[in-house]
Design a protein around this ligand. Sequence first.
Ligand SMILES: Cc1cc2nc3c(=O)[nH]c(=O)nc-3n(C[C@H](O)[C@H](O)[C@H](O)COP(=O)(O)OP(=O)(O)OC[C@H]3O[C@@H](n4cnc5c(N)ncnc54)[C@H](O)[C@@H]3O)c2cc1C
Length: 479
Amino acid sequence: MLKTDVVVIGAGAVGCAVARELSKYAVDVIVVEKNDDVGGDASKSNSAIIHTGYDAAPGTLESQLVVAANPMYDEIVKDLDVPFSRIGAILPAITQEQFEKLPEIKEKAFRNHVYDIEYKSGEQLLEMEPNLNPEVKGGLWIPRESIIDPFIFVQAMAENACANGVRFLLNTKVTDIHTENGKIKSVVTTDETIETKYVINCAGLYCDEIAQMVGKAEYKVVARKGQFFILDKNTSCRVEHIVLPIPTKVTKGKLMCPTIHGNMLVGPTAEDQDSKTDKSTSAEGLASITADVTNLVPNVNVRDTITQYSGLRPNRNPEGLHFDIWDDLEGYVNLSGVRSTGLTLSVSMGKYVVEQMLYHGAGFKLKDHFIKERKGIVKFSECSLEEQDALIKENPLYANVVCRCETITEAEILEAIHRPLGARTVDAVKRRVRAGMGRCQAGFCGPKVIEILARELHCEPTDINKNIEGSYMVTGTTR
Ligand SMILES: Cc1cc2nc3c(=O)[nH]c(=O)nc-3n(C[C@H](O)[C@H](O)[C@H](O)COP(=O)(O)OP(=O)(O)OC[C@H]3O[C@@H](n4cnc5c(N)ncnc54)[C@H](O)[C@@H]3O)c2cc1C
């Protein structure tokens, strides 16, 4: 039986942020993740915006954590070498009715302590964003709304936690939790049972099922699907900022913004569904995005789509972000309702969880040596010609471009596979170095990535999965 102090369930943004925060302390931590990669579920299928919290419900835990999180990104993205940009958001009012809502939105932002939100006239907004609907009456400018690479962000937190001693058990599902005399005793997994003093439930969509294992299922999680288009980098109609609609009670609405790598992101929908696994996109859902976003940016050209995807928000019923610990269950921490702002607030949630555990008696002591920084994989395409020349001299595999759309070299793919918590699937390579993220969507580099993975992992191409177990891309030879 494995033994540890803390088991974190789930290696999404929240689980990895909690694990990284705990790794600053002299405490043994194991993260258990049912997928074969870190990066989570909702954490890899979202809008990738680091919010300010301007529109959160004032006085809630969500407002507190999002507002606290936003300024933390200036430091954390430098420490962890994560692509991030403070491009800012505009909230244009296209109709008179929307225009009349602006004071209320600004006042709410102030109540959330977001004071740098400003009015802009229609002319000012059109100057900032020429592709905006020319009927724009005016709007709000929210300068600290930002964009990030969500894949690298979660990987970076996981890699840094790992460098500081956290163990990750991937491909391992938590199936039960044992308690004794009102205390956490052990976590049963599909692999081993782990004896532990603490369990932190960061299981996202499945946090209600984990809570049920300890008799604390006071809520249900309903998946709220969000569908998106990703447009080609060369699309005819671009925006330079996050262009947000006036939010409703149900959703922040459908937006258009650049991704950190220069594509255009358009979406998402908000559709409640029973299934926690159905991530299909639908003609109706996508059509509703086009209809809504056209009001903001009339020339948006969804015919330049290179891919579509959807993500599932773990919406809690009753609603709201919750942090719970119970007097009659020592050692159990439950997080639920981490919904539309979970990527942003993961970092402040990590701190909050540890502070609460300390407050409730966990005697963790800070380590003498915490490794604060993590270096990402060198991006050959972003290097100067001199730097590229030097890289090729040092390692000729930098001269072999495997993904032509994104100019990703074999050397970068090898690093994605061989660094700690390295890639084991085609999608895991894609999320680390962007091979297959370009216009041809892996049509050219897909077979080459399979070949490299099989060679490096000493297995057959037929053993390589696209993502989950059983998602083989090659089934055998034809001749
Ligand atoms: C459409 C959409 C748009 C969004 N846009 C934004 C945005 O722009 N900005 C923002 O801040 N947030 C956004 N979010 C929200 C954000 O993505 C999530 O709140 C956040 O990623 C949640 O992270 P998590 O770690 O809680 O969950 P997840 O990423 O879902 O991770 C949970 C992990 O737990 C694992 N797990 C579950 N059960 C078990 C088990 N029994 N054993 C082991 N492992 C288990 C899962 O496999 C998964 O890896 C969006 C979400 C969606 C869906």
